[in-house]
Design a protein around this ligand. Structure first.
Ligand SMILES: Cc1cc2nc3c(=O)[nH]c(=O)nc-3n(C[C@H](O)[C@H](O)[C@H](O)COP(=O)(O)O)c2cc1C
Length: 254
């Protein structure tokens, strides 16, 4: 299984065995992180593995996930650092799935203050992971997701690769499965919007959620040899939409 295939079968895993990971596996995980390109340049990040097999890191909170290991991503606090963090961490989650391990994002980790910073970097996102009790994959049809019809407005008939890109984006995990993304689809560009929430609390994870969704788009682009640029178009940024907020546009060059 590669990252592309993992997109369609991954699921959040909340029950783990307490099995130890081999030093080789730990090394592979950190090496994989080194090889991922950031979504935006110029934001320094660092990944740490917390071994929680003795339960010393209390990251439980209200919706916490108890796991033998946590991946903790630290980042410089710059514009769109959270989006970049979601983008990087989701690729780690897909990678873990390709290696037969389960994972789950932890929205509000209650990590002691001393672990919340590393030098000039702040903890941005936590991923619980380890060997799943049961399976770490499922059939695509079992995922609870909005249909493309619900998420997209098509301005032109989409080609096959455009459908694949959108389908992968649709499968992205999001906090409380909120799936805040909406797409306006042209022949070779997608304008991406965030649905405005009625409850502001839900909106606080959106930057992270969008980073996660963009990682799915970029993994597919890589698989299909498409060139995709994610850019913010001024002419759309300046418009006001009643129910949606403009995020970015994906410009495709097949
Ligand atoms: C940013 C973010 C935060 C999340 N926080 C939690 C959490 O604190 N606890 C939890 O059990 N699941 C958490 N999840 C997992 C989502 O609930 C899950 O991805 C979503 O319901 C879709 O299910 P699936 O991942 O199995 O497809 C989080 C997911 C994201 C993307």
């Amino acid at each position: 299984m590669n990252l592309f295939e993992a997109i369609f079968v991954r699921k959040s895993v909340r029950n783990y065995t307490n099995d130890a990971l081999s030093p080789q596996m730990m090394g592979d995980i950190l090496k994989e992180f080194e090889e991922i390109k950031s979504l935006f340049g110029g934001i320094e990040t660092e990944l740490a593995i917390f071994d929680n097999r003795k339960g010393q890191y209390k990251m439980l909170g209200m919706m916490g996930v108890k796991a033998p290991y946590y991946l903790v991503l630290y980042s410089e606090e710059k514009d769109r650092a959270l989006m970049n963090a979601g983008y990087l961490m989701e690729q780690m989650s897909l990678y873990l799935c390709t290696r037969g391990m389960g994972s789950c994002f932890v929205g509000s980790p209650l990590l002691k203050k001393k672990y919340q910073r590393r030098d000039n970097k702040k903890m941005m996102v936590v991923l619980a992971f380890g060997k799943a009790k049961g399976s770490c994959i499922r059939k695509q049809i079992e995922a609870k997701r909005h249909s493309l019809g619900e998420l997209c407005v098509y301005k032109e008939t989409p080609r096959q690769w455009m459908k694949q890109l959108l389908d992968a984006a649709r499968m992205a995990p999001s906090s409380m499965n909120s799936q805040p993304w909406r797409f306006v689809v042209f022949d070779s560009r997608i304008h991406i919007f965030s649905k405005k929430h009625t409850n502001d609390r839900l909106g606080r994870w959106d930057e992270l959620n969008f980073g996660i969704m963009f990682s799915h788009m970029m993994v597919v682009a890589d698989e299909l040899w498409l060139d995709v640029d994610l850019i913010r178009l001024d002419e759309i940024s300046q418009k006001n939409f009643p129910n949606n907020k403009y995020v970015l546009s994906a410009i495709l060059r097949p």
